[in-house]
Design a protein around this ligand. Structure first.
Ligand code: CU
Length: 205
């Protein structure tokens, strides 16, 4: 009985502390809906008018991580109303970070895998995040602007750790916070395994 109680307590606690991640910039499609984040665009299926000007070069995505160790990647769609995973293409390698709290991640579309992007174009960014409780998703509808000024967006990292050998077989690496994406590129294949290749196939194309 005691064991059962303990299990219940653990389960309850687990539910209470269950948390995911929230994008702050560029503003997501809608208010964070925790149970929906396991699905496409955090449940916000259709494109919104909530667009943020986003620079073609030197862009950033800021977010709050509620998991101590996580992997993530960015996808982009140029479809007018991207409403399913097939509308998105991956623009960078999966990367791994440790730490809870605020993070500011570089997303330089001009040097990414994305092609054919141009000034004034409406696109949608989708972030995939996995902190150990499955793949999570949020989307931000943006307009690409070479003149977008994001200097007022708070850009700090809760930790400087870009990757680590914590966790199971994720390898090791090093680098600065600002170079998180490029320095963590070597994790790609291992992370695909960690995240579950099957669930990512529709995304990776
Ligand atoms: Cu979570």
């Amino acid at each position: 009985m005691k064991a059962v109680l303990s299990t219940l307590i653990v389960l309850t606690f687990g539910i209470l502390v269950d948390a995911h991640f929230q994008i702050a910039f560029p503003g997501p499609r809608g208010p964070f809906v925790e149970p929906a984040e396991v699905g496409f665009c955090d449940g916000f299926t259709n494109v919104t008018t909530n667009r943020t000007d986003f620079p073609l070069s030197g862009g950033i995505v800021t977010l709050n991580s509620e998991h101590p160790s996580w992997t993530a990647a960015f996808f982009i769609s140029t479809v007018a109303n991207p409403n399913n995973f097939n509308n998105f293409s991956q623009v960078n390698s999966f990367f791994q970070l440790t730490g809870e709290g605020g993070f500011c991640l570089p997303l330089d579309l001009a040097s990414s895998n994305a092609t054919g992007l141009h000034d004034g174009q409406n696109v949608t960014i989708q972030m995939i995040f996995n902190g150990g409780d499955g793949n999570l998703f949020q989307c931000s509808d943006v307009t690409l602007r070479s003149t977008a000024n994001i200097s007022s967006v708070p850009c700090t990292n809760a930790t400087n750790s870009t990757s680590s050998s914590t966790g199971s077989g994720s390898g090791s690496g090093s680098g600065s916070g600002s170079g998180a994406l490029s320095s963590a590129a070597s994790f790609d294949m291992k992370l695909l395994g960690l995240l579950g290749v099957v669930s990512l196939v529709p995304l990776v194309l």
